[in-house]
Structures are given as C-alpha cells and as structure tokens.
Design a protein around this ligand. Structure first.
Ligand SMILES: Nc1ncnc2c1ncn2[C@@H]1O[C@H](COP(=O)(O)OP(=O)(O)O)[C@@H](O)[C@H]1O
Ligand SMILES: [Mg+2]
Length: 354
C-alpha cells in the first residue's frame, strides 16, 4: 500500500505543486484548504503523514495541529509544518504543540520530499520496535503465568478425576466431567506455551525456502483430511529461488500455523493458494491466500497477540509464534483481509548474502 499524505494549504498553486511532486514520489495524496477541512479529511483519509501550512483562513495550522495532537487517534500522525514566517518563536510554538518537523518557505520540493521520506521511515521503525517489545514482554509474562498455573492445575485435574470415579450421582459425575474437560483445555494451552519457548531459538543456515513451503503444505493437507473439509490447495513456487538463511523446522512451523488458520477460516468448501514470489525490493515473498471468513481491520490488529483467538479450542498462540519466528529471520509479515471473502498473509524474507 502506498503511504498516504494529506497536504494542507490555502494557496492553490503551492498545493498543486506539492501534490504533483509527492505523487511522483509514489505517495497517495489528499488535500485540504484550511484547518477545519484538514481535521475532517484526517478522519476519513487516515493519512500516514500531514504537511500543513501555518497561515490559513478559518482555522490556522497551529490550531489544527493542537487538535490533532490532543486526540488519541491522531496523535501519532507525524506533521510537517510549512511557514512563511521564519521567526524562531514560530518554530518553538510548532514544536511545543508537537509538530514533528518544520520547513521554511520558500522551500524546495526536493527538500520536502526528502523530509517526508525520512519521517515516514522513522515512524515505521518506531512502530515496528513498539510491536517487537510488546511481543517480547508479553512472551515473558505468559511464561511466568504458565509456570504458576501448572501445579494448581494438576491438583484440580487429579482431584476432579477422583471425585468423578468415586461419585454415584450422575449429575455430580457430569459436573466433575466438566471440570476435567476444562482442565484439559488449559493443559493444552500450557503445552502450546512450552512449544512457544522451545522455538525461541532459530538456527539459521542457507537453503531453499521452497522446501519449507512444500513440507508445510504437505502437513496441512493431512490436517485438512483430518477435518473432513473440501479445500483445494494450490501451490505455485518460483523456480530456483535465491537461497535464504533460515531455520527449516521453525520456518515450517511458522508457515503451518498460517496455513492451519486458513483451513480453520474456511467453512465447508474453499481454496488455499500458496505462492513463493520474487519481489521488486529483492525480498522473497511467501504468500498464503484463502477464501475463508476474513477479518475486520480491528481484528487484524490483534491477531499476533498471545491468547488472541476466536476459536473454542484455540490457544491464540499460533501467530504469536509465527511472528516471533519471522522476526528471528529478519523478515516481515503482513496480513490483508476482507470480512466475508478471505485473507492473504505474506511473509517476506531477505535472500542470503552471496
Ligand atoms: N486466515 C485467517 N482468516 C480469518 N481469521 C484468521 C486467519 N488467521 C488468523 N485469524 C484470526 O486470528 C486469530 C489468532 O490466530 P492464532 O494466533 O493462530 O490463534 P488460534 O488459531 O489458536 O486462534 C484466530 O483465532 C482468528 O480469529
Ligand atoms: Mg492458529
């Protein structure tokens, strides 16, 4: 997806030049002529960055900036302020209310483009870092809780079994059965947490990524048969992909987790496509597409979090593990989905240096 930029200026000519330049640089642009319009556009266009003039009718740039920075939903959008008044107080004012950058008029379009690029890059690194830290911190917490739960759970399970065996009243027997089943569910979850810990170390060596893909696909076919679903799996692999440094077992686990989710997302009949593709930026993409139930935007944001699951039997750790593995490989994972029509998960890996 192209990064989105909202350009705000009351001067039509400036706005047109700025917009044309940034569109040529590969961004998606929308425009506003004053602060009020800018705030309205922000809510619908959801820009990744805002470039805003200071002197404008109705609501000036500073006031619009203050609004943006005081709201949780818009606080993190970086803003570049453009000003004709180069006084130092203006700069201070701009930074006080939280503009990320400041460019004096007259400016060169080249400079604006360069600043936009560096701000967007910084912002994406920050977001990634926040996510990495979140996953790591949650991982530790999960591990701690699992440790604390294990012994009491064994006791509950053991006692419930004794009650079940010694009980004659069928109603009470059923209650005991319920406890036992719930304990078993939690035990499965603890098992997944153990798996999570074990895969924390990836040992990378040079190899053919198609091998891991093929192995995961083979396993998922068994998984489909086991679930008695009518799902076709199509595989389209690029011939002789450049070698990547990877941990075969962990990568297979990562891909299998993605594939299993696709199977579980398909009710009755459907199709899964697995591809490996060369990308323009020289990374190698592994893309899994399904015709399953899909997700809302809000759901997508949460799927990598531990224990995030919409399934009764789900531990909600599959994608947490996958995320971790892909990170250990220096790769990236992206999810696109449409509620009701399907999901595409793309893993991108860098080829090994020759
Ligand atoms: N391909 C998909 N289609 C629809 N929803 C998905 C897909 N992949 C993941 N999800 C959602 O993300 C959640 C988390 O996935 P995961 O971490 O593997 O846990 P689990 O499979 O145990 O629920 C799932 O419960 C599901 O709601
Ligand atoms: Mg799963």
């Amino acid at each position: 997806m192209k990064p989105r930029i909202l350009a705000v200026d009351d001067d039509e000519r400036n706005l047109a030049l700025l917009t044309a330049k940034l569109e040529r640089e590969g961004y998606e642009l929308d425009t506003a002529r004053n602060g009020v319009e800018a705030l309205q556009k922000v809510a619908v266009f959801l820009p990744d960055l805002i470039i805003m003039d200071v002197m404008m009718p109705q609501m000036d740039g500073y006031e619009a900036l203050r609004h943006l920075k005081s709201r949780e939903e818009t606080r993190y959008i970086p803003v570049i302020m453009l000003t004709g008044r180069a006084e130092i107080e203006d700069k201070v004012l701009g930074f006080e209310v939280g503009a990320e950058d400041y460019i004096n008029k007259p400016y060169s379009l080249q400079e604006v483009a360069a600043r936009v690029k560096s701000l967007l890059r910084m912002r994406s690194l920050q977001t990634k870092l926040r996510e990495t830290e979140k996953v790591a911190a949650l991982g530790e917490m999960v591990d701690g809780i699992a440790h604390e739960i294990r012994n009491p759970l064994t006791a509950i399970g053991g006692m419930a079994r004794r009650l079940y065996e010694g009980e004659a009243d069928p109603q009470h027997k059923e209650y005991a059965q319920w406890i036992i089943r719930s304990v078993e569910r939690l035990e499965r979850m603890l098992q997944r947490i153990d798996e999570y810990k074990r895969i924390l170390v990836s040992t990378l060596s040079k190899g053919d990524i198609n091998m891991a893909v093929e192995a995961a696909v083979k396993d998922v076919k068994d998984f489909i048969d086991g679930h008695g679903k009518q799902i076709s799996v199509k595989m389209s692999l690029m011939p002789e992909p450049p070698p990547v440094n990877y941990d075969y077992g962990n990568m297979k686990t990562a891909l299998l987790n993605i594939l299993q989710n696709s199977v579980e997302a398909i009710m009755g009949e459907g199709a899964i496509t697995v591809e490996t593709l060369p990308m323009a930026d020289e990374t190698i993409a592994i893309r899994v597409t399904d015709t399953g139930i899909g997700m809302e935007k809000e759901e997508i944001r949460k799927i990598f979090n531990p224990f995030q699951s919409t399934k009764f039997e789900g531990a909600g750790l599959g994608l947490t593990i996958t995320y971790r593995i892909i990170q250990d490989h220096g790769g990236e994972i992206e999810v696109e989905s449409t509620k009701g029509s399907g999901t595409a998960v793309t893993v991108r890996l860098h080829p090994a240096k020759q």
